[in-house]
Write a protein that binds this ligand. Sequence first.
Ligand code: C2O
Ligand code: CU
Ligand code: CU
Length: 589
Amino acid sequence: MKHTINPSRRRFFAQTGAGLLAYAGLPGWLHAMEGMGEMPKMTPKKASANFHPDVEINLICKPSSVSILPGQPTQVLQYSGKLVKGPANTLTEIPGSYLGPVMRFEKGQKIRINLHNQLDEPTVAHWHGLHVPAEQDGHPLYAIDKGETLVYEFEMLNRASMNIYHPHPHNTTAKQVYHGLAGAILVNDDEERRLELPGGEYEVPIVIQDRLFDANNQLQYVRQMHDRMMGFYGDRILVNGRPDFKLDVASRAYRFRILNGSTARIYKLAWDDGHSDTSIPVTVIGTDGGLLETPVNKPYVMLAPGERLDVWADFSGRKVGSQLVLRSRSFSGVLPGMAERMMTGKHGGDDQPHGGGGHRMGMGMHGSALPVGSDYPIFTVRVTKNISDSPALPNKLSTIKHYTLGDTANPNKPVPIAISEGPMRMVLNGRPYAYNDIQPSERIPFNTVQLMEIFHAHGGHGGDKAQGEGGHRMGMGMRHSNDSGDGSPKMGGMGGGGMGMMMAMAHPIHLHGQYFQVFSRTVSNSDSQSYASVKDGFIEGGWKDTVLVMPGERVKIIKPFQDFKGLYMYHCHNLEHEDMGMMRDFLVE
Ligand code: C2O
Ligand code: CU
Ligand code: CU
């Protein structure tokens, strides 16, 4: 290896523990880490004299402590905000939460944010979902050290929507988000205002996260390699930073602005009012990129890390004292079968391939108290007040221009985003993240609309051939790790599609820059029980910036690259995957 091990890489090895060294896939793993340590540092940008902000915010990230569980307070990292200039409703603290203040902006506003780092490590803030110039987007290149201040200046070009702010430093995004650094951004515009949707106390942000606490109420994070490969899962659901969240409502319509701020956990959201004979649909009015054209009723909705939902929840006619629970309902197939069985503690069974691989890979020796895909409550709504009048759900919400292939610059040659899955090797287009490693398929001509295709390079299904340049590279990568010499894990006897198939899992793929539209989803295992347990939970027809790609699935998206040149990241929003290198840059030029 030509690179020296830098401090962050050394820390990584220390965290993963000795068990990893016993794992025979090490050469592939080392390969995946190659180049990850190198990220140049830019001089932090200062305020420019010719930018005249309508809104200015000082945003500080610092260690802090909050009371979450009874007993000892929990050490966290936290954004705190101070409004320097602008409308008084720009920042709203969430009482008792480690989350940063909710930021509310108006389309067209000129915004300056002064990010000040008081952490003992580098950080940078990214405005997930916002359409901003590349140098304002929070690329790890712009990370600042303790004591430094980075000034962001941009105009709000987004339509009304819910977005996120969170750190994006090289290799440590997940850890910082997990420890508390995140917040919601709400954008308003005229199109939305005309609808007179529920506002004020009737518009409620719902940030869903999972966390794992030790006996002293302190946050536990990645303990073993498995926690990175599959993503890290807590055993407790927090809403807006609070456990056992309860919301008291009046008997009228509410607007729930839901955001999955977990690092890895995927939810299947559904209402439960305790009567199994009635099913209450989830009424979705918006997705990542704002309002849909018309409301959609779903039996349940899938929500992966980084995704948002705008939900109309009407409690009209419900009796004072009645309750409703938003639950995550049971589903399967988002984790590799082996990991899923181990998480649920279902050992044994004749199809269980954990004879060799499982133990060597350090894949959870213990089950989780809250397996992904199990059925558990998210929060409880209690009707405490009777109100007779309520706004009605508009049947027309917004106008969306739907892209067709004819709008794209490359209708016959989609830009590939190949998901590579292998032990110790979760990457995109066959290459782990590296700065300044732009491949030909990653050069996007400025001011074009692009067709892109996200697929599992080794979906393990006939006809799932990797294609294009990225796919080809991935093929080589896979061979590399299978041929990794002595003591390679023997994957024989696993049946089916071998390693790729065995490791296939769901990935929420996120692209920076403008929102995109999902053009098509095709799945090779549409008849499988697993797929059937999630398939009715995808919302079509809206603007997105993160899309959940299930095992066996190919998703075509159409995405504009307008207004700004430069580097825009794309990555898995399973943040443990992102930090393992499942991220790349597009260069818009
Ligand atoms: Cu929400 Cu690049 O991330
Ligand atoms: Cu983002
Ligand atoms: Cu992933």
